[in-house]
Structures are given as structure tokens and as C-alpha cells.
Design a protein around this ligand. Structure first.
Ligand code: ADP
Ligand code: MG
Length: 568
């Protein structure tokens, strides 16, 4: 063995450890799920690397996870024969938070335990959760393919530093030994550990094994046999038939793939047969991740080919505007050695993406159109969390534009609230006799939209106007000109034509008024020559004396302000 080296944790790791211990203590049994999840990932990685290098199996191709415990020593050990870690990898992966967005993560911490716990989940800092129950963790690991002499022992008390030394480790993979804190002996029980494994990790496709226990007639007690049994179902959840999967199992699987501590909002699970064959299990989370707005962030879909894990975040499998969707797609057609480059070109992938997009939109429609209040509430939650992202689909996905438009929700003059609840269908259903257009106003805020002077004539006539205040709205509207044959019209643009909403008497009166004020208008035009393009008598106002309007074919005031803010 080489000399022992002691190193400090990255500052953020230390902070995270403290936070984790405090905010997750009430749910401490999840440490086992996190460590099993890592062991399962390690097996996936080994299988993937072994596609091109079968020697990595070192004649031991039966991948499994083992959970054992030692009552006398107060330890629990989680062992896997997966990919393992080299010395550098152990330092890197267990001593720092390697993922990008660390800073952003810390800036989002609110001090609210529940919210912070959900953030921790999104951030995927699973390994450290073991310090909730352990005051010392020893990791012994050897990376597949490296000689036995290049094993590593990593050890830490979870306070500031960790040590690493090189050891002999004949068996490939990772053993994680948890030295339990005082008072955590409840976990030193076969029954307890098995029930935690079944509760959280049943969906793991690898066998999770524990020692067999048997009643000994002579000793009159249960004794632990020197023989393992498999505790979980050990088949990939998505490959099982729907009727064999409980809602709880779907939920646990979601938490595993999405690194989320909260239950998902909805999911869809299908086997698609025909020209291209694949299974999809897709989830809509209940809460937006902190990096939702990072359009460069890769998606949340894990790609498998015939049960073999290929890659995380396969962004080609889902359009960018559905980047919040998490889950698994398992293809029967793609080659095992598929790369990101191949994915980009593949026709099978295109078919999968189109099919998955339709499934997700279908899932959202089910929630949105349900008569069941609980489902409707879920859609409202979805809209609050992800509505603005879905709007990107109007510009991005021409093929599904109509479907997406029906899923949009807006604030409106119909309600006295900024809640976005009105759909185009609701609006159309309330249109006035003679109204053939959908009217909207865009503004920076709900208050500004609601108090826009452009709305006066509509209020007077009892015509509803949609109030659009999200940043993406203007951009979205440049792709959306009509819905169900009804033109979308800004109340702030051009010569507002109210069509049949205006009766003959009103028209005549307007013409007379215009003639009456002709001279005044000419004078105003002359004096405002360099400030306004035109001056008109207007009938759209009832209380305000005057308002600014944009030309029909010009950028609206709000978009101009937005572009200026963006430095254009
Ligand atoms: P995540 O699983 O989200 O990456 P974790 O904190 O759970 O975060 O694990 C950190 C990293 O440590 C993993 O990404 C992996 O590289 C490494 N690791 C943890 N456990 C194992 C293991 N059993 N075998 C190999 N590598 C592991
Ligand atoms: Mg993990």
C-alpha cells in the first residue's frame, strides 16, 4: 500500500454535507437507495464500456449488488462489481461536486428545508447522503481493467477532509462501508434493510443480494447463512407489463432516473411496435429544475438499447421545448455502439422523437381536458412550472403547433387575477355575437396589461382580451397568427378594426367626428412630425385622452423594449 494522502473537500461539498444531514434527517433511510442507485449506474457503465472491450468483465459477467451488515462492528457494506473507480476518479467524484451549475445551486438555497431537500435531489448528490447515518465512510474500489495493485481506499468522517491510499484489491468494483453513527443501529437488521431495498430499489434491473436468514431449531434463533438471495425483482421496470407495476413502483423509478425527491406529476409508459420498435417510460416532474432556462442543458432521457444502458441525457430523443421530461427510452433497433453523432442522423431516432413528443402532448392533454378536479389541478401545476417552456414549442414544432396552442393558458380580462387559466377554447366559447377575432394585449407585467388604455373599448363592449405578460409571448406570437380559423389580433396595433362588433350608427358617427377634428389632427401631426408617424382620431379609448399605438407591421412597444433590454 502507498502512503496515505489527506485532501480537503471542495468548499461546496462541506456546505452540502451539513445541509444534507439537517434537511434529510427525517428521511434518512434513503441513503441506501442512493448507494444502490450508484452501484446500478456503475454496472450500467461497465456494460457499456464492455461492448467494445469484453475483457473488462475479467471472467465475472454476473453483475450484482450486495448489501451486508456486521452487528458487532456497527457497519453496513454495499458492494458492487461494476466499473469501479481509479484513484483519480475517486478523488474527483467523491471529493468535489463535478457537475456544472454548482454556484447556481447554492444561490437557490432558501433555508426552507423541504424546498432545499428537493434541490438536493435535483442536484444528485446522492453519495453524501450516507453521512446522515454514518460518521465514517470507507470506500474500497478498483476500476475494471486496472491491475489488482491499483485499488484505492478512500475514507472520510464527512468533516472537511478525506484520505486516499493505494491498496490491493483483487475483485473489481466498489465496496462502501458505512460506520454507523451512535443511535443508528436500527439499520443493523436483515428485515429492516430488506424492506428498505424493496421499498426504494425494487425496480433496479440488477439483482440486489443479501445473506439468507434461517430459523435454527437447535439454537432457537434466526441465523445468517453463508449464502446470498436476491431481494428485489431484478428486471428493468420499463420492460415489465403495465399491469405488473404499482403506482409506487413507477414513482420510485422516477426518483431514481430523475434524481428527484418528489413524486412526478404524471407518466406515460408504452411499448411501440411497427417500423421502429421501442419502449418509452416518460415522466413530467412536479417542479421545474433550477436550470430549466438553460437551453443548452441536455434533456433528461436515458437511452437504452435492448436493456443495455447507452447514455444519459440523450437530447436527440426529445425536442428542446420538452426538455423537462424525464425517463427512459429503450430501442430495439439502434446499434449498441451508437454515438451522439449517429443519434443526430438516425431515422429511427427521428421516429422515436416524434412518437415520444406525441405521447407527452397526449399526456398533457389528458390532464388538461380531464373532468377530474385532481387531474385539472395537476395541469394547473404543470402550467405554472413549465408553461413558458411549452410556449417555445409554438415556434419550434410546426407539426404540433395546433396541439400545443390548445394547451396554452392565459390571464384574461374575464378574470380578476393574474393566474393563467384561460385556454383558446374557453375564449372562443365566450366570443360575442359578430366577433371573429381573438384579441390580446402584451405587456411587461399583469398590472400593466390589465390597465392598458387599449382595453377601454373592449371593456365597454364586453369583449374579452387575453393578457400576455411572459417574456416568450411576443416571440411565440410571431409564429401563431390564428387559432381555429380565428385571427389573433393585438389591441394595441394599427387601425383597430372591430368588424361586426361596431354597428352602422357607430360607424357613421365616427366618420363625422373624424371630419370635425381634421384640422386639429393636421396641426398635431405637424408639431409632432419628428416624434410620431401619424396622428389619428381614435374610438378605442373611453376614459384616457390619448394612447400610443404601433403600426400594424411594426414591432410592438413591448418587443421594442425587450430588444433594447437585450442590447439590440
Ligand atoms: P450522481 O450519482 O448523481 O453522479 P453521487 O453523489 O451519487 O452523484 O455519486 C457521485 C459520483 O461518484 C458518481 O457519479 C460516480 O462517478 C461515483 N460513484 C459513486 N458510487 C460509485 C460506485 N459504486 N461505483 C463507481 N462509481 C461510483
Ligand atoms: Mg447517485
Amino acid at each position: 500500500a502507498s502512503e496515505k494522502q489527506t485532501m480537503g473537500f471542495q468548499a461546496e461539498v462541506e456546505q452540502l454535507l451539513q445541509l444534507m444531514i439537517h434537511s434529510l434527517y427525517s428521511n434518512k433511510e434513503i441513503f441506501l437507495r442512493e448507494l444502490i442507485s450508484n452501484a446500478s449506474d456503475a454496472a450500467d457503465k461497465l456494460r457499456f464500456e464492455a461492448i467494445n472491450n469484453a475483457e473488462l468483465y475479467e471472467n465475472d459477467g454476473e453483475l450484482r449488488i450486495r448489501v451486508t451488515f456486521d452487528k458487532a462492528a456497527h457497519t453496513i457494506t454495499i458492494s458492487d462489481n461494476g466499473i469501479g473507480m481509479s484513484r483519480d476518479e475517486a478523488i474527483q467524484h467523491l471529493g468535489t461536486i463535478a457537475k456544472s451549475g454548482t454556484k447556481e445551486f447554492f444561490s437557490k438555497l432558501s433555508g426552507d428545508q423541504q424546498k432545499d431537500a428537493a434541490l438536493i435531489g435535483q442536484f444528485g448528490v446522492g453519495f453524501y447522503s450516507a453521512f446522515i447515518v454514518a460518521d465514517r465512510i470507507t470506500v474500497e474500489t478498483r476500476r475494471a481493467g486496472l491491475p489488482a495493485a491499483e485499488g484505492v481506499r478512500w475514507e472520510s468522517g464527512g468533516e472537511g477532509d478525506f484520505s486516499v491510499e493505494t491498496i490491493d484489491k483483487p475483485s473489481r468494483g466498489t465496496d462502501i462501508v458505512l460506520h454507523l453513527r451512535e443511535g443508528e443501529d436500527e439499520f443493523l437488521s436483515s428485515w429492516r434493510l430488506k424492506s428498505i431495498v424493496r421499498k426504494y430499489s425494487d425496480h433496479i434491473s440488477l439483482p440486489i443480494q443479501m445473506h439468507k436468514e434461517e430459523w435454527d431449531e437447535e439454537k432457537k434463533e434466526t441465523v445468517i447463512r453463508d449464502e446470498f438471495e436476491t431481494v428485489n425483482q431484478a428486471s428493468a421496470l420499463w420492460s415489465r407489463s403495465k399491469s405488473d407495476i404499482t403506482p409506487e413502483q413507477y414513482e420510485e423509478f422516477y426518483k431514481h432516473v430523475a434524481h428527484d425527491y418528489e413524486a412526478p406529476l404524471a407518466y406515460t409508459h408504452n411499448r411501440v411496435e411497427g417500423r421502429s420498435e421501442y419502449t418509452q417510460l416518460l415522466y413530467v416532474p412536479a417542479r421545474a429544475p433550477f436550470d430549466l432556462w438553460d437551453r443548452n442543458k441536455r434533456g433528461g432521457i436515458k437511452l437504452y438499447v435492448k436493456r443495455v444502458f447507452i447514455m444519459d441525457d440523450a437530447e436527440q430523443l426529445m425536442p428542446v421545448y420538452l426538455r423537462f421530461v424525464k425517463g427512459v427510452i429503450d430501442s430495439a433497433d439502434l446499434p449498441l455502439n451508437v454515438s451522439r453523432e449517429i443519434l443526430q442522423e438516425s431515422r429511427d431516432v427521428k421516429a422515436i422523437r416524434e412518437g415520444s413528443t406525441k405521447r407527452v402532448l397526449g399526456l398533457l392533454e389528458e390532464l388538461a381536458n380531464s373532468d377530474d378536479q385532481a387531474q385539472k389541478d395537476k395541469y394547473a401545476t404543470f402550467w405554472t412550472e413549465f408553461g413558458q417552456v411549452l410556449k417555445e414549442g409554438i415556434g419550434e414544432d410546426a407539426a404540433n403547433k395546433e396541439r400545443i396552442a390548445k394547451l396554452l393558458r392565459f390571464a384574461s380580462t374575464q378574470n380578476d387575477s393574474d393566474a393563467q387559466t384561460v385556454s383558446f377554447d374557453d375564449y372562443i366559447g365566450r366570443m360575442k355575437e359578430g366577433q371573429d377575432k381573438i384579441y390580446y394585449v402584451t405587456a411587461d407585467s399583469y398590472v400593466a396589461a390589465k390597465n392598458s388604455p387599449h382595453l377601454e373599448i373592449f371593456r365597454k363592449k364586453g369583449v374579452e382580451v387575453l393578457l400576455l405578460t411572459d417574456r416568450v409571448d411576443e416571440w411565440m406570437l410571431s409564429f401563431l397568427h390564428e387559432v381555429e380559423g380565428k385571427e389573433l389580433v393585438s389591441v394595441a396595433k394599427g387601425d383597430l378594426d372591430l368588424g361586426k362588433l361596431e354597428d352602422e350608427a357607430e360607424k357613421k358617427q365616427h366618420e363625422e367626428t373624424e371630419a370635425e377634428y381634421k384640422d386639429l389632427v393636421e396641426k398635431m401631426k405637424a408639431s409632432l412630425a419628428d416624434k410620431a408617424k401619424d396622428v389619428r382620431v381614435t374610438f378605442r379609448l373611453t376614459d384616457s385622452p390619448a394612447c400610443l399605438v404601433a403600426d400594424e407591421h411594426e414591432l410592438s412597444g413591448n418587443l421594442v423594449r425587450m430588444l433594447k433590454a437585450a442590447g439590440q
